[in-house]
Design a protein around this ligand. Structure first.
Ligand code: HEM
Length: 396
């Protein structure tokens, strides 16, 4: 029996968090009740939505499906968002519309396209740190630092703070550390963002946060600016870093796919799209709270219930994607890796740009690169994203 390639070893056809054994029925029908002790504060039921069309309907209707989690304490759950109080991710309209509108105008396609030379330079400078080594851990030395430095560049973190910013950002997403250590570090990062916002209020500089201060400084509170900085860092770092790590592993295991994908810019862009779909690193089942009785996939769901949208299952639906597995030359196939609706990932163009630059740069720098010892590859799945934790490679 041949063993499955490492990159495939997670069976993502099974719904993730909650674990498959907690599901009361086959998820293929599009919706299933989760038979685990998981009631909503009002005693409602919890449902897992697994069909792409139904997920689009849920995420596209914020009036019916709220993103504000009501916690047992009674307070709005925005404060429980992993990205901190007042974060876009925990808000509904009209607050969400106001803050997202300000951020979107600063996160323009032009700004992202303008970041291309910086991302290329960042990828090269990170690669140059181990260019002459024989071995490397591509998570710690490549997949983690590149997106952290890109976000520092995007936000306008002063160059004197960059190393410290990236070190802390790395600790904040390092799942090998105890949760307490990571939480402590996130709190310190939050306080760093507070300092940065005060400094930018005095001297805005050229980054995204500084531009926000310059143009909308009067309308935005310090807490909102800090939440935006935190959100961009946490939403953009761990996700992109997981995708880089998982993609590199997959391409190391499939040299012929690698050749097809990295042939030219257009093939790389196509391949990145299918990596996004197939790997669906943001594997967390997105929760929404139901605000009125509604029918999903033929099942009556009541006001007060909670629905969880499972991207990994929807993105590997065999009725939609044939073959289900990674196909670098696949014709553009719509997927849900970046979500849908009003919370659709704001950083999607940046994530795509980073992937399109870092993968060719890595394999061009180290044409003989290979997995060092398969047993050395370790995975993490205890967080919002799925990814490799260590990726030891021989570089020559
Ligand atoms: C939202 C995935 C990279 C910033 C989201 C959502 C998903 C997602 C699924 C929707 C969450 C929801 O509906 O509640 C990803 C993946 C990435 C990635 C898979 C990389 C491979 C980035 C980057 C940035 C970013 C690089 C910015 C630097 C955001 C922001 C939101 C968001 C600000 C919240 C939007 C809102 O609530 O209106 N992302 N993301 N993401 N993402 Fe990303």
């Amino acid at each position: 029996m041949t063993s499955a390639p490492l990159a495939m070893r997670r069976d993502v056809t099974q719904p993730l968090n909650p674990a498959p054994e907690l599901l009361s029925a086959d998820a293929a029908g599009g919706i299933t009740e989760i038979s685990m002790p998981m009631t909503t504060p009002g005693g409602g039921r919890t449902w897992l939505v697994t069909n792409a069309e139904e997920i689009r309907r849920v995420l596209g209707d914020p009036d019916t499906f709220s993103n504000v989690l009501r916690l047992p304490s009674g307070g709005p759950g925005g404060d429980a968002s992993p990205t901190g109080p007042g974060s876009l991710l925990g808000l509904d309209p009209p607050e969400h519309t106001r803050l997202r509108g300000l951020l979107t105008s600063e996160f323009s396609a032009r700004r992202v396209a303008g970041l291309r030379p910086a991302v290329e330079q960042i990828a090269q400078s990170v690669l140059s740190r181990f260019r002459h080594d024989d071995r490397a851990d591509l998570v710690a030395q490549f997949a983690q630092p590149v997106p952290a430095i890109v976000i520092a560049e995007l936000l306008g973190v002063p160059s004197t703070d960059r190393d410290e910013f990236c070190r802390r950002s790395g600790i904040a997403i390092d799942t090998r550390l105890a949760p307490l250590a990571r939480a402590h570090n996130r709190a310190e990062m939050q306080s760093y963002m507070g300092d940065l916002v005060s400094r930018l209020r005095r001297e805005p500089g050229t980054g995204l946060l500084g531009d926000l201060v310059r143009r909308h400084g009067e309308e935005l509170t310090d807490a909102e600016l800090v939440a935006m900085g935190n959100l961009l860092l946490l939403a953009g770092h761990e996700t992109t870093s997981s995708l880089i790590g998982q993609s590199v592993l997959l391409l190391l295991e499939r040299p012929s796919d690698r050749q097809v994908m990295l042939r030219d810019q257009a093939s790389t862009a196509k391949g990145v799209e299918d990596l996004l779909r197939f790997l669906t690193v943001f594997h967390f089942s997105l929760p929404r709270t139901v605000r009125r009785d509604v029918v999903i996939a033929g099942t009556a769901v009541s006001s007060g219930d909670r629905v969880l949208c499972s991207f990994p299952v929807a993105n590997r639906d065999p009725h939609r994607y044939q073959p289900v597995e990674f196909l670098p030359s696949r014709a553009p196939a719509p997927h849900l890796a970046f979500g849908h609706g009003i919370h659709y990932c704001l950083g999607a163009p940046l994530a795509r740009l980073e992937m399109q630059i870092v993968l060719p740069a890595l394999f061009a720098t180290f044409p003989e690169i290979r997995l060092d010892a398969q047993d050395g590859v370790t995975f993490r799945d205890g967080s919002l994203t799925f990814g490799v934790e260590t990726l030891p490679v021989a570089l020559r």
